[in-house]
Design a protein around this ligand. Structure first.
Ligand code: ZN
Length: 213
């Protein structure tokens, strides 16, 4: 079941690797469809992954299709879907620049116009929660703002969106803005943009960027 979506989900995983957001088996993407989610199987390296490997589970976490164990992060993803009906895709990575802020327990201020454009607000950091539990989902939703991206304390990154393409774009750009912030901090003390300018850039970007459909 869900053949088309499996291909799209597979492509998203390949893009995570292409943009250096994941290593070997780490990270995962899930997508919601009806009352099921499709999610990466646990511990399968990206170069061995195929569209048929994704595991379909229901909202309680029971496997409805698939012969592999789902990601250890499945409970985290499910918690988010159960509590936010508007979310259709969840991406988790340990992308190194953004995760560096997470390890420090620091949010990522809006230093760059790129962050203002795409996210329009600082990327918050969660309190610490154990891997593989609903507690990470709960900690993420507790600080989630309109950016739809959070830094998981001592861990990595969690990004949400309405669909795969929107969420993937945010995961890629989050790493880019974190990388820029990292370099700026190694060179000096960057200041956050002021709030009016952040708001103006965000509004302009969301009205005018890209191609009209
Ligand atoms: Zn992780």
């Amino acid at each position: 079941m869900y053949e088309g979506l499996r291909k799209e989900l597979y492509h998203a995983h390949i893009m995570l690797e292409k943009y250096n957001l994941v290593e070997y088996t780490s990270g995962n993407v899930s997508v919601k469809i009806n009352e099921h989610i499709l999610i990466k199987p646990s511990g399968i390296p990206y170069d061995e992954l195929t569209p048929n490997d994704f595991v379909a589970v229901n909202m309680k976490g029971d496997i409805v299709e698939g012969n592999k164990r789902p990601s250890v992060d499945t409970a985290t993803h499910l918690y988010i879907y159960r509590h936010r009906a508007d979310i259709g895709c969840v991406i988790h990575t340990h992308s190194p620049y953004a995760s560096s802020f997470a390890i420090l327990g620091e949010s990522l201020p809006v230093y760059s116009t790129a962050q203002a454009d795409v996210f329009g607000i600082e990327i918050p950091v969660t309190k610490y929660a154990a891997v593989g539990t609903e507690a990470i989902g709960e900690a993420a939703l507790a600080v989630m703002n309109k950016a739809g991206a959070v830094l998981l304390n001592h861990h990595g990154v969690l990004v949400v969106g309405k669909d795969i393409s929107e969420t993937l774009r945010k995961a890629i750009f989050l790493e880019e803005v974190a990388k820029i912030a990292y370099f700026a901090r190694t060179m000096g003390k960057p200041q956050a943009l002021n709030e009016d300018e952040i708001f103006r850039l965000y509004e302009f970007h969301h009205k005018h960027y890209g191609q009209t459909k």
